[in-house]
Write a protein that binds this ligand. Structure first.
Ligand SMILES: [Zn+2]
Length: 261
């Protein structure tokens, strides 16, 4: 695998800054030759007078377009259970920690796009939450850290981002952006009767900065499929949503055959 030298130098620079705060992290290479940052992450963190003094072994990997997109993290000592009733927020297939709904992680990262900030503002809060979940007595945490996993967490994110009541409106807005992108003159899909630009336009517009079109398609399909049958039937535009989903699935199939050839 060829690694972009620009990417390598950005990671090296970000690593240097992070290592000042976390000196037990090292710059390494994965088996495929891509740069990683690995080692022991030692930290003290406090929230609501609750302090933890902790150490986790982590491997941080970087996407090809870093720092446009955030890094991802694995926990190497197996402290964070991935399966069973005690499973904590992780992706079963890759073992990467699920730090939040992807667009939310991306949006937070875009505000502070460095490795050190990523560790301090996203990874450590996640580890803090994990440690506290396994202690006696739970502490009150805001919804932005305690988000459900998978499609449910994704739906919670969109409901909050759009500022809507529930899945029907969230899906309506998500479906709109997937189909049309931003069209200020069209009627707002929330059903208010106003034009998009004077209703949900302001929250719809910046979403593409944090989630690719493909990503939003995946979110739309997975949220829909995660709903119980009864809730799916409640969606007034169910038929056109199903049509769109079918189209998206066909498109992604034809794309994956094309890339294979
Ligand atoms: Zn609206």
């Amino acid at each position: 695998m060829i690694v972009d030298t620009d990417l390598e130098s950005i990671i090296a620079e970000h690593f240097k800054e992070a290592a000042k705060q976390f000196p037990e992290l090292e710059q390494c290479k994965s088996q495929s030759g891509t740069p990683t940052v690995e080692g022991e992450l030692r930290f003290k963190a406090t929230r609501d007078q609750d302090t933890i003094d902790e150490c986790f072994s982590v491997r941080i990997s970087f996407p090809d377009d870093y720092p446009l997109r955030p890094p991802y993290v694995e926990e190497l000592w197996g402290r964070i259970p991935r399966y069973g009733t005690k499973a904590f927020h992780t992706y079963g297939d890759t073992g990467h920690l699920c730090l939040g709904a992807p667009p939310e992680v991306s949006e937070k990262f875009a505000r502070h796009p460095t490795l050190r900030d990523f560790i301090e503002k996203q990874l450590i809060p996640y580890l803090f939450l994990f440690v506290n979940d396994f202690k006696e007595g739970t502490i009150e945490l805001g919804p932005e850290v305690e988000r459900s996993h998978g499609a449910k967490g994704m739906l919670e994110f969109y409901v909050e981002w759009f500022g809507v009541k529930g899945h029907v409106q969230a899906l309506a807005l998500l479906k709109f952006i997937v189909e049309y992108g931003y069209r200020g003159h069209m009627a707002c899909p929330c059903g208010s009767g106003k034009r998009l630009r004077s209703c949900h336009g302001e929250v719809l517009k910046p979403l593409h900065l944090h989630r690719t079109h493909d990503g939003m398609c995946v979110d739309l399909v997975s949220i829909y499929l995660s709903l119980p049958e009864s809730e799916r039937h409640e969606i007034p535009f169910q038929a056109s949503l199903l049509g769109l989903i079918e189209k998206l699935v066909l498109e992604s199939k034809s794309r994956s055959t094309k890339t294979r050839n």
